[in-house]
Design a protein around this ligand. Structure first.
Ligand SMILES: [Zn+2]
Length: 219
């Protein structure tokens, strides 16, 4: 396989190389939640040339999203397009070589295993702990790495979970699945740049996993 010119600057990075670029190309990435984090993560990983990208969100683009959700445009908000559809439309113009799968639905105990099946890595762009706990349970069971992320106001956090290598989400935050915070971006807002920073961190952790450097994820 010859590395296409569009990925040459990435394949030149010594930690990636041609072998890493081929591995990225053969990956299946699932992004759950396409808001502040997920939309920006999907943008980075589509440009990086993942093989297939599954875009999952039950929500619709609105005007409050445009400040920080880097895939969406005014027309998407005006038409209240499903985020997964708007994201795919934009990403297909950015990198048509990626196979996109669109799921306009919430993630629940009935569909989570099917959605993440065959994933090389799962990325969290969610806004609640209940669904993250579901993802954790399924990922641990199926041996799939996943990357947690959250942001609000001026701060954010991420953690990378690789079954067999790192602790899991439930080890880090035991019993958090019933937790709801009174602080959401609807009540205290969120700075645009923090969404991009946390998304960039999650995407870089994903790239480590995609190129087989699971032992180098952030602990
Ligand atoms: Zn655990």
């Amino acid at each position: 396989m010859i590395i296409p010119e569009r990925y040459s600057r990435q394949a030149l990075v010594s930690e990636i190389g041609e072998a890493g670029q081929k591995a990225i190309r053969q990956s299946r990435v699932v992004v759950i939640g396409l808001g502040a984090l997920g939309s920006n993560i999907a943008n980075i990983l589509a440009r990086a040339g993942v093989g297939s990208l599954c875009l999952v969100d039950r929500d619709f683009v609105d005007w409050t999203n445009l400040q920080r959700q880097g895939l969406y445009e005014e027309e998407d908000a005006a038409n209240s397009l499903p985020k997964a559809v708007a994201a795919k439309n934009r990403l297909a113009r950015i990198n048509s070589e990626v196979d996109y799968e669109v799921i306009v639905d919430d993630v629940n105990s009935g569909n989570v295993e099917k959605i993440i099946s065959g994933a090389t890595v799962v990325l969290d762009g969610l806004d609640n702990f209940y669904t993250r706990a579901l993802i954790n349970e399924a990922c641990v069971k199926m041996g799939i790495p996943w990357i947690y992320g959250g942001c609000i106001a001026t701060y954010g956090s991420t953690a990378t979970f690789v079954p067999g290598i790192t602790p899991c989400f439930n080890c880090l935050f035991p019993g958090v699945s019933g937790h709801t915070s009174p602080f959401t971006c609807d009540t205290v807002g969120v700075l645009g740049p923090i969404a991009f920073m946390v998304a960039a961190w999650e995407a870089s952790e994903a790239l480590k996993i995609l190129v087989g450097k699971q032992d180098q994820v952030s602990r």
